[in-house]
Design a protein around this ligand. Structure first.
Ligand code: FES
Length: 368
């Protein structure tokens, strides 16, 4: 038997933790075809490393696609209870730049730029007596990570896991979830498919998840902490049905990284409305070196918001300092940046910043 290069010495102390601050790439060590349009990519560090993260967190892939630098966040579908590798599970999005590139290009042995993990969507920081996990399509990934971790820890957590898919052929991780439910007496599964797949033996719920169906699956859903992940309209529908039932939204958390389907940066980055500028609020000038554009930015708004207000396009995805898509070199000036893991300290030290979560404290020049 040949051991993989990333295999740790199980008889010794755990391998050192992996950090994207020091080790910027991970190597693909396995590609799994999960369904007709979903693949799992298993990633490992070049040297044996231990991956420490909260179940439900995401990593940012830093890719070079046809000469263009692209960042994209993917939730880890793996569990930190199996710390020697991480995995992401990616659905092909029609017309999606990154998902199609990953499906068509990533093979075993290939190195990918990776940053993170980061994110706050996890049930591991807010214990509850009972959980309801609701996933739509490939939004199953963070909930899969949480369930795998609970399973591996022999947890007796009371979890109802509702996984919604378009058809039975699109259901992800059905066998593994069934296996985990066999080992976890309080894990109950419900699959809800919008449509039947001709010829399939599927006998689960058919149709959409609505209030009546949810009450049938989990009659006590009002007493559960709810974690939802899926496309934005799906999560909107879950919020609506919970709201209609009078659910306490303090017990609700959701996550979406369907960046492939987000609007153009200028649209999605738009501020809610142009607020009247309070007297005493300073404005600074933001200069874009390459495009020779400039716009004014108030001290209480992010540079991305001000750019959007001025009709200047800057790349962005999450608009919350998490993904790194907007990362830009600052050539002059000072900013106050409150990021959520989308940039390395080393990069900050070298003058990089994230316009989506930075407010100016002087005139600023960016390498854009
Ligand atoms: S847009 Fe994601 S970090 Fe700025």
């Amino acid at each position: 038997m040949t051991l993989p290069a990333h295999a740790p010495n199980f008889a010794a102390l755990p391998a050192a933790p992996w950090s994207s601050d020091h080790d910027e790439t991970l190597r693909c060590v396995q590609v799994r075809q999960e369904t007709h349009d979903v693949k799992t990519f298993v990633l490992a560090a070049a040297q044996p490393r231990s991956f420490r993260y909260l179940p439900g967190q995401f990593i940012t892939l830093e890719l070079d696609i046809a000469g263009t630098k692209v960042n994209r966040c993917y939730t880890l579908s793996s569990s930190p209870t199996r710390p020697d590798v991480v995995s992401i599970t990616v659905k092909r999005v029609p017309g999606g730049l990154v998902s199609n590139w990953l499906h068509d290009n990533v093979q075993v042995g290939m190195s990918l730029g990776v940053m993170g993990p980061s994110g706050v969507f996890t049930c591991f920081e807010k214990p509850a007596k009972r959980y309801l996990f609701v996933s739509g399509g490939s939004g199953v990934t963070p909930l899969m990570s949480m369930t795998r971790a609970l399973h591996d820890l022999a947890s007796d957590a009371d979890v109802v896991f509702v996984h919604c898919a378009r058809t039975p052929a699109d259901v992800l991780f059905a066998e593994e979830l069934t296996l985990m439910a066999r080992n976890m007496p309080k894990l109950r599964l419900a699959i809800v498919c919008e449509n039947h797949t001709p010829g399939s033996s599927y006998a689960g719920h058919l149709g959409r998840l609505d209030g009546a169906r949810l009450a049938h699956i989990a009659p006590d859903f009002m007493q559960r902490a709810v974690y939802t992940c899926g496309p934005a309209p799906f999560m909107g529908a879950v919020r609506t049905l919970l709201g209609a039932a009078g659910f306490d939204m303090q017990q609700y958390a959701e996550e979406s990284f369907a960046f492939e389907t987000l609007q153009a940066p200028t649209e999605q980055a738009s501020p809610p409305a142009t607020e009247p500028v309070a007297s005493g609020v300073r404005s600074y000038t933001v200069q874009l070196q390459k495009t020779q554009q400039s716009f004014s930015c108030r001290e209480n708004q992010t540079i991305l918001q001000a750019a959007s207000e001025a009709g200047v396009r800057l790349p962005s995805s999450c608009s919350s300092g998490a993904c790194g898509t907007c990362k830009t070199q600052k050539l002059a000036g000072t900013v106050d940046m409150k990021h959520a893991g989308g940039i390395r300290q080393r990069e900050v030290d070298q003058g990089w910043m994230l316009p989506c979560c930075s407010t100016p404290s002087s005139d600023v020049t960016l390498d854009r």
